[in-house]
Design a protein around this ligand. Structure first.
Ligand code: ATP
Ligand code: MG
Length: 705
């Protein structure tokens, strides 16, 4: 078969038209699972195989590294053996800009060997900047305003994503500057200077600097415009202002942009993405050939029907879609209601165990959740049942900083000579225990051949007994007295066999929870997955494990029961060490693992069976720390959350389980009423009475015990 025919044979008529259309600017707006990504990939194959473009003339932009990787795989799977893919640029906006900047570092005013900072690096970098003597006043003011390095980093990123350098931001916002913005603007130029001096580039800078490079350097801009004849962009609804600007700069007279997107799946508004870019595109790049796809190949009719009813409740939509499933009816959607969140976790794990026993491949099963914290209990339950799983993106629960911090306190309680644990938390929460004091402490411990904790104890005792102790020692003792007392109290509890949850409660109440509550409040922009929520989950895990230990205690190698706290700590260590390596996303092992994703990170993916955990009031829609006050803003947020629920539901091909708990746990308020997400009611309300029974099966917790 000739390449043209073989390329088109696996597509429907609408898709074929889009793939084989004459070269022009094109926009495909279509619902989930209609084959947008398939069309985009086929279009690349068409351009290379039929239009005979060289690979280097094609630029494909996707939203995540994973999607970029998948796209390359799909192109390779088309087996275009006559086509050489070398030179094809395919990646995320960030990776593509990094590539431009490496190639044109000198023109961009960068050192070609620049390093890229992630948001954690950025936070530390800002922290260091604030410690410099010249910034002493600013540091004091920032502290007084409770403006953390993380928050400063977020505000700088925000400015950059709007394309604004310090002076421009000051000019643009001058009468509307918040005190936080004002302070940040003072540091912004220093931050930039220091980034340049140390050859560091943050994420937002990658894109901003590339945009500036091509804005000001006409020669280089023309070069790119001549090179890339076709620019293809997946998930276009999630582009922000700066990314849109970059695309505009890269497009030349003779080149085209091929964009695919779905306004109903725009879920990054909180990061500046604007689905109205779809409409803007039609105007700015006119004439644009517009295509629609209405056949859904992914989901059964029932799943699609529920998704359509849900998204139909949104008002801010660009297109009204009439998606039809090609699959026909399948099973009904299961709505699983549980009493408490941990019942939900064990219920889901139990269902998964049964599905696997019935022959379903683990990798075709995914559990999706709104917030990372929700994965903790599910991980634990899967682990208990020896069901291998893979948590996509982010860290696994037990490897998260706040969780590791809390665990380090417990490790110290059991073994005060654990220097690693001590170093981790000696200054968390901050006790004024900086590098200078630490090196004094290290010197004392080394000189006497004792642990850091013993050294601390000796310093505190010495200072107490000697009023004339050197100032340095007195200061050290003063800073560490509370800490030494806490560890002693914890240790005493361990000696009498206290349960892990009691120890954890002591640690949380001694300041760790308050500390992370502050971190959460200040970082709120990035953290819809609060660290306090993770600590609460850890406490709940400890309680559950304790209860289990009562029934079936864990034994050591000699068959003696381990103390509950030691059992808890070894469980936590095990949870950490079963993590896949960063590159372990392929191979047999990976195929045998159930997938755990946040809904955001599952965008564009699909699975035979999807469990949405926490389809629950308070979580979907997520009720954040501070609700926006204005009604219009509130509605906007609600609609984005509804789109998020739509993304979750439309990941399922054949089986969908919507799960919720009647009660959710919060450290401060204990058990609180949760119940089904209002989005479930949206769907149910839109259904006729008779339809309800054909679309849903409702199961109560009792069915799972
Ligand atoms: P999303 O909006 O979630 O990103 P999408 O519109 O990009 O979805 P794809 O992921 O491209 O959709 O396709 C969904 C599924 O349907 C895939 O498994 C794809 O292989 C399949 N599919 C798409 N078009 C066809 C077709 N014409 N025939 C058979 N299967 C198809
Ligand atoms: Mg897609």
């Amino acid at each position: 078969m000739d390449p043209q025919a073989s390329l088109l044979q696996s597509l429907n008529a609408e898709q074929r038209q889009a793939v084989s259309a004459e070269r022009s600017n094109m926009l495909i707006v279509a619902g989930a699972g209609t084959g947008k990504t398939r069309v985009l990939v086929s279009r690349i194959a068409w351009l290379l195989g039929v239009e005979a473009l060289a690979a280097r003339e094609v630029l494909a932009v996707t939203f995540t590294n994973k999607a970029a990787h998948e796209m390359l795989e799909r192109i390779e799977a088309l087996k275009l053996n006559t086509v050489n893919l070398k030179g094809l640029w395919c990646g995320t906006f960030h990776s593509i800009c990094a590539r431009f900047l490496r190639s044109y570092a000198v023109q961009a005013g960068l050192d070609p060997s620049f390093t890229i900072m992630d948001s954690d690096d950025q936070k530390r970098f800002i922290d260091e900047l604030l410690k410099a003597e010249e910034q002493a006043d600013l540091a004091v003011a920032a502290k007084a305003a409770k403006l953390t390095p993380a928050k400063i980093g977020a505000i700088i990123a925000d400015f950059k994503e709007q394309g604004l350098r310090a002076a421009q931001a000051a000019a643009k916002f001058h009468s509307r500057l918040t005190p936080e913005m004002e302070l940040t603007l003072e540091l912004y130029p220093v931050y930039e200077q220091e980034c340049l001096r140390q050859s560091k580039v943050d994420f937002a800078e990658l894109i901003l600097r590339t945009v500036e490079l091509f804005t000001h350097n006409a020669e280089l801009r023309a070069l790119q415009q001549r090179r890339f004849k076709e620019i293809l962009v997946d998930e276009f609804q999630d582009t922000n202002h700066l990314q849109y600007q970059l695309l505009s700069l890269l497009k030349g007279h003779d080149s085209h942009i091929f964009a695919v997107g779905d306004d109903d799946q725009s879920i990054y508004g909180w990061r500046g993405a604007d689905y109205r870019n779809l409409n803007r595109f039609l105007k700015d790049f006119a004439p644009v050939h517009l295509f629609k796809l209405e056949q859904n190949y992914r989901s059964t009719s029932q799943i699609l029907h529920a998704a359509n009813l849900l998204i139909g409740c949104n008002h801010e939509r660009i297109t009204d879609k009439h998606l039809q499933s090609v699959k026909g009816d399948g099973e009904r959607i299961s709505v699983l209601s549980f009493n408490k969140v941990e019942d939900e976790a064990s219920g889901i794990a139990q269902c998964i165990e049964k599905l696997i026993a019935d022959g379903e491949a683990p990798s075709s099963i995914a559990v999706l959740y709104r917030n990372n914290a929700r994965s903790a209990l599910i991980e634990q339950e899967l682990l208990q049942r020896s069901i291998p799983y893979y948590v996509y993106g982010g860290q696994r629960f037990y490897e998260r900083k706040e969780v590791q911090d809390a665990i380090s306190y417990l490790r110290l309680a059991v073994n005060p000579s654990d220097n690693g644990a001590l170093l981790r938390i000696i200054n968390v929460p901050a006790r004024g225990f900086g590098p200078a004091k630490l090196s004094t402490l290290r010197a004392i411990a080394a000189e006497r051949g004792i642990s850091l904790h013993q050294a601390l104890c000796q310093v505190v005792a010495f200072a107490k007994e000697h009023a004339d102790a050197p100032r340095e020692i007195k200061l050290l003792a003063k800073k560490s007295a509370g800490f030494v007392e806490l560890i002693a109290a914890l240790n005493a509890k361990v000696q009498v066999g206290a349960a892990p949850e009691l120890l954890l409660t002591m640690v949380l109440e001694a300041g760790l929870l308050d500390y992370y509550a502050q971190v959460d409040a200040k970082e709120k922009k990035d953290s819809d997955e609060g660290r306090c929520a993770n600590l609460e989950m850890l406490l709940l895990n400890a309680k559950n494990l304790s209860a289990r230990e009562e029934r079936t205690p864990t034994e050591d190698a000699d068959g003696k029961p381990l103390s509950k706290i030691v059992a808890f700590l070894s469980n936590a260590a095990l949870m950490g060490s079963t993590e896949l390596t960063a590159s372990g996303s392929s191979g047999d092992d990976f195929a045998k693992k159930v997938r755990l994703y946040t809904i955001h990170s599952a965008k564009g993916l699909e699975f035979d069976t999807v469990f949405v955990a926490g389809f629950e009031r308070g979580l979907l829609p997520f009720v954040p720390f501070q609700q926006p006050r204005e009604q219009a803003q509130q509605r906007k947020c609600l609609e984005e959350e509804r789109r998020l629920a739509y993304v979750a539901i439309t990941r399922a091909k054949n089986h969908l389980y919507l799960c919720y708990a009647a009660y959710a746990f919060s450290y401060y308020s204990g058990w609180q009423l949760a119940g089904p997400s209002p989005f479930l009611n949206d769907i149910v309300r839109a259904l006729g009475r008779n339809e309800r029974a054909t679309l849903f099966d409702f199961y109560a917790a009792a069915d799972f015990v």
